[in-house]
Design a protein around this ligand. Structure first.
Ligand code: ADP
Ligand code: MG
Length: 153
């Protein structure tokens, strides 16, 4: 995976061939995240966003076994030694419901926030790391990251 990483149009890109590799990419990013960081994730259902966030949790030192899909709970928390990861999934929500979640407070707090289906949140901030995951055939996924900590690559 490491060899495949490259800079493309200002974004960093990698390809993975399994869910475990996608989680490992998330873990690599997670190791560089700090309290207050916000990560917005984009990609179709089944792209691997939740797998990536599960890896992020491991990267911040949280127990990955406590990371599950937040599809039914909206926000899940995973406590690491120096920061808590808040994992938000907007998949089933409409505009007014999203407005009522208090995401502004969450992203201006001192946790690390990861948001799946972030495009549904019209008020999302600019100073964020963005992750796009797309199908690249069979079990392959192309992951592009923008605005991430320099050390990720
Ligand atoms: P999302 O949160 O984007 O809807 P999930 O992470 O919940 O996606 O699910 C991704 C699905 O795709 C899982 O069933 C996983 O096993 C499968 N998969 C196959 N190849 C990959 C890959 N390279 N990376 C991530 N997931 C993969
Ligand atoms: Mg998901």
């Amino acid at each position: 995976m490491t060899e495949a990483r490259q800079k493309v149009e200002g974004k960093r890109q990698t390809e993975t061939a399994s869910e475990a590799e996608t989680a490992a990419a998330g873990e690599a990013l997670g190791r560089h995240l700090r309290a207050g960081d916000v990560v917005l994730l984009y990609g179709d259902l089944g792209a691997g966003k939740t797998a990536f966030v599960r890896g992020m949790a491991r990267g911040i030192g949280a127990n990955p076994d406590e990371v599950t899909s937040p599809t039914f709970t909206i926000v899940q928390e995973y406590a690491g030694p120096s920061a808590t990861l808040y994992h938000v999934d907007l998949y089933r929500l409409e505009g007014p419901e999203i407005d009522d979640l208090g995401l502004e407070d969450l992203v201006s707090g001192d946790g690390i926030v990861a948001i799946e289906w972030a495009e549904r949140w019209k008020g999302r901030p600019d100073d964020v790391t963005e992750v796009w995951i797309e199908d690249a055939g069979e079990d392959r996924r192309r992951i592009r990251v923008n605005g991430l900590p320099q050390a990720w690559l």
